[in-house]
Design a protein. Structure first.
Length: 338
């Protein structure tokens, strides 16, 4: 049995007395998002299966099976946003239950770290399956285009359509790859401030945006966080940002919804803080319906962000909310043990 499986086995034992609370919390979260009347039955099966597998020390086997199921679902055209949301809500419910179930700081630290690693690996497996399926479809589109070109020049229009499809698929592959890269990079990070920096760096380096910031609201409503920009942007290096919520970020926080500005020169709310920015996307980070922060993307290209970018950014924001909660809970557990 691996060290992770052993730690998760003990975590399952600590969670078992709180099983009903986990099911109830997960059911409320999923039913509120989907309106599915069968949510409770799904949650009961999911929690029981998770506790059973972890309790038997079968974490690695469970991860392999989930990876195969994700690959099959991706091949069938299923999306990845809903499964990620379900995993995020389950992890959140387990974390809250553990805080109540573990009076000993050392036990809480072990369980939080084990669940954080398990959650990261589950998300990575899900995203990798969709990334591989997207890559397969890109190769298929390229092959179809090549065969069409060999047959006749009269199929130029079809080829153009295939090229557009290939470009869209490549963009989606880049988005999924970015999600996977960010998840892989920040899962081991359990310091809240460093987590913000790692997330900003991972997003910016993978997607080559002009500027990316991950910011959170402190107790006084001031935005604090970390940002990362290209070498040639005005700020030139990763650093800390702090101040009141204004500009398009402020609008996203007020509306509790993503905001996309295709041309910032025409947006009265735009606050010019990065030279050369032409378009901006801000996605709020929500926890229990309350705004806790935001992810800010800026590009030197006009109309750089589409609906797929918004959907992926929302998924990323949800993951970061859970990752930050993990880091804070572990920090509090360490402090209580001093």
């Amino acid at each position: 049995m691996t060290p992770l499986a052993d730690a998760l086995r003990r975590t399952a034992e600590r969670l078992r007395p709180r099983r009903d609370a986990v099911v109830e919390g997960w059911t409320r979260a999923l039913a509120a998002e989907s309106g599915d009347p069968e949510a409770r039955s799904f949650c009961e099966r999911g929690v029981d299966a998770l506790l059973d597998r972890l309790g038997r020390g079968e974490a690695e086997e469970m991860l392999r099976e989930e990876a195969m199921e994700a690959a099959s679902a991706a091949a069938g055209g299923a999306g990845f946003q809903e499964p990620i949301r379900a995993l995020r809500e389950l992890e959140s419910c387990c974390l809250l239950a553990l805080v109540e179930a573990c009076p000993e700081p050392e036990a809480l630290r072990e369980s939080l770290a084990a669940l954080a690693e398990l959650g990261g690996r589950r998300l990575t497996g899900l995203l990798r399956a969709h990334e591989q399926e997207t890559a397969r479809r890109i190769a298929e589109a390229q092959d179809q285009a090549a065969r069409a070109a060999e047959r006749t020049v009269d199929l130029q229009r079809a080829n153009d359509g295939l090229r557009r499809s290939e470009a869209q698929s490549q963009h989606r592959a880049d988005q999924i790859g970015m999600l996977s890269s960010v998840v892989h990079r920040i899962v081991p990070v359990l310091d809240p401030d460093r987590l913000l920096q790692e997330a900003a760096d991972a997003i910016q380096s993978r997607m080559a945006y002009t500027y990316v910031a991950v910011v959170i609201l402190d107790n006084e409503g001031i935005l604090v966080g970390r940002w990362s920009g290209r070498r040639d942007v005005d700020r030139r290096a990763a650093g800390r940002t702090q101040g009141p919520a204004r500009g398009i970020i402020g609008r996203a926080l007020r509306k509790r919804a993503p905001q996309v500005s295709a041309d910032v020169a025409k947006d009265s709310d735009y606050h010019a803080d990065v030279e050369g920015t032409m378009s901006e996307m801000v996605v709020p980070m929500l926890e229990g319906g309350e705004v806790v922060g935001a992810i800010d993307f800026q590009s030197e290209r006009a109309s750089a962000f589409d609906l797929d970018d918004v959907a992926v950014a929302e998924t990323l924001a949800e993951f970061l909310v859970v990752a930050l909660r993990n880091a804070r809970l572990l920090t509090e557990a360490r402090a209580s043990g001093v």
